[in-house]
Design a binder for this molecule. Structure first.
Ligand SMILES: Nc1nc2c([nH]c(=O)n2[C@@H]2O[C@H](COP(=O)(O)OP(=O)(O)OP(=O)(O)O)[C@@H](O)[C@H]2O)c(=O)[nH]1
Ligand SMILES: [Mg+2]
Length: 314
């Protein structure tokens, strides 16, 4: 078996979501390609320790807040790498190019630098995803109130919604979906369908969210959707998300939740253990989540939180 080279890389994030990319210096494999600053783990070092050392060496900054994010394996001709990406949200010191690299602050979905290291495609797709994934409240709001609240969110932000209204028949679901997709989206919000794949493929949605049962029944990634995510509860289902090459997983429920009162929660320890296995797609914590639990979820490696009732004025 080929030796695995472990690498830690940092996504330095500004409050408006911009992230730092650096060009690879001359003399290294893929010189001139753009990457996230970082480098190889030294013997005995954890990924976080390597991240801090590399960012000090390459940029001259002292990382003060970093949470684990995605893990991506890639087989290059020069090495089989396992990349541990961190979201870096605070650092001290002025940034300097210590290795002759160029720097560029970038916005997800509007990349201005190229070429990018081949392993980084899923990472950039991950960066386009929100920290809050809002599920509609399954019949708790009438259509008028639901559409009006989504309209308000989209007027101000690029919020993503999963239209989960299982009480509606196909025609009513399609009509509600059409109504929502006609709302203005000046910031590029997204609408993700839930339920029947066949119905969703006929609707003007941005993606489909699969139930765990649908996920396990798939033999390949559903076609025709920009974004495909799934609900998961365990390691086997997360592995299926990876195998199918889906864009995100929702994992839970982490805490007790009114929507599943009879099922015991995973708890944060189990949630953290499952994420530590290292997945190349973002995971959202679900179950008793809100904006208030976002930092905790991210400290365990989550992309963010999936919010149900807390997202709505019911
Ligand atoms: N730093 C970094 N490396 C990446 C990224 N994506 C990616 O595929 N890699 C790969 O991971 C490996 C990282 O090695 P590196 O060259 O940065 O290592 P280093 O800073 O320790 O340099 P060194 O070679 O001088 O020891 C390379 O094979 C590189 O192609 C990324 O976004 N950032
Ligand atoms: Mg490096």
């Amino acid at each position: 078996m080929r030796k695995i080279t472990r690498v830690a890389a940092g996504i330095l994030l500004q409050p408006d979501g911009q992230f730092l990319m650096a060009s690879r210096p001359a003399g290294k494999p893929y010189a001139g390609y753009w990457e996230f600053p970082g480098g190889k783990l030294e013997a005995g070092e954890s990924a976080l320790e390597a991240l801090k050392r590399e960012l000090q060496e390459e940029l001259g900054i002292n990382v003060t807040a970093a949470t684990p994010w995605l893990c991506q394996r890639f087989d290059y001709p020069h090495a089989l790498v396992e990349l541990h990406f961190f979201r870096v949200t605070a650092w001290e010191g002025a940034m300097h190019s210590h290795e002759g690299q160029q720097f560029a602050w970038q916005q997800a979905g509007h990349l201005q630098v190229s070429p990018i290291l081949p392993a980084n495609g899923p990472i950039l797709r991950g960066l386009s995803q929100p920290q809050l994934l809002r599920f509609t409240p399954a019949g708790l709001l009438d259509n008028e109130a639901l559409v009006s609240q989504i309209k308000q969110y989209w007027a101000q932000s690029d919020a993503w919604f999963v239209l989960r209204e299982p009480q509606l028949d196909a025609d009513s679901y399609a009509a509600l979906c059409q109504q929502i997709t006609q709302l203005p989206r000046p910031h590029g919000g997204k609408l993700i369908a839930h339920g029947s794949l066949e119905l969703a493929s006929q609707l003007p949605v941005d993606g489909i969210h699969l139930s765990a049962t649908q996920l396990m029944a798939c033999t390949s990634r559903p076609r025709g959707f920009d974004w495909v995510g799934a609900s998961t509860h365990d390691q086997q289902q997360l592995a299926q998300v990876q195998t199918l090459g889906l864009d995100y997983a929702v994992l839970g429920h982490v805490n007790n939740t009114a929507s599943h009162p009879d099922e015991p929660p995973l708890g944060w320890d189990e949630f953290g253990c499952l994420l530590k296995q290292g997945w190349s797609f973002p995971c959202f914590a679900i179950g008793g989540q809100s904006v208030a639990t976002l930092p905790l979820a991210q400290s365990y490696g989550a992309q963010g939180v999936a919010v149900l009732r807390a997202a709505w004025q019911c």
